[in-house]
Design a binder for this molecule. Structure first.
Ligand SMILES: C[C@H](O)[C@H](O)[C@H]1CNC2=NC(N)=NC(=O)C2=N1
Length: 158
């Protein structure tokens, strides 16, 4: 009985500690910022060290880690909508051969790409490979800084 009384507070303490640890991780890292990736968000069966190393390179290249999904994401900015569509299509073609599909948000001047692995859930080498592919293709199309991207001009704006 005395044992049980002790066990509950200990369990609660552990759960809180785990949550704090999770939320202490950056949901969105600042560019060049925190590159700590907890093992729990890496897909089971992956080479954890290899994924972490590759992820830290991606974080330096403006990829962001959302630990709650978990996923990595990046927004590319372009001068024209055609370039946005070009990147979208290049990624879509590669998805077929890799059987790995991102969530993509297409806007007039930008494309946001999210990568995650469903089975086993987490971040895997496929996400790393596809993120690297996105960077290569975006670079060959030619990205610009957010301020220089084509913008919609709502009525009345100057
Ligand atoms: C059944 C099908 O092969 C799987 O659902 C594939 C399809 N596309 C996928 N896309 C992504 N991003 N992650 C996956 O785990 C995944 N799995």
């Amino acid at each position: 009985m005395a044992g049980r009384r002790l066990a509950w507070p200990l369990r609660i303490k552990k759960t809180v500690a785990q949550n704090v640890q999770r939320s202490a991780l950056p949901i969105m890292n600042a560019p060049g910022g925190n590159s700590v990736i907890h093992d729990s968000i890496i897909s089971k069966g992956e080479d954890t060290r290899k994924i972490k190393e590759a992820m830290s390179v991606l974080l330096e290249k403006d990829w962001f880690v959302d630990v709650d999904e978990p996923e990595i994401k990046k927004t590319y900015h372009f001068k024209t909508y055609t370039k946005v569509a070009d990147l979208h299509n290049l990624i879509a073609v590669r998805c077929k051969s890799e059987n790995h599909h991102p969530t993509m948000i297409t806007k007039y001047g930008s494309l946001t790409v999210h990568w995650t692995t469903h089975h086993p859930r987490g971040l895997s080498n496929k996400d790393v490979r596809m993120a690297q592919y996105c960077d290569e293709q975006a670079a060959s199309i030619g990205t610009v800084k957010s301020d220089d991207a084509v913008k919609c001009k709502p009525e009345g704006s100057t």
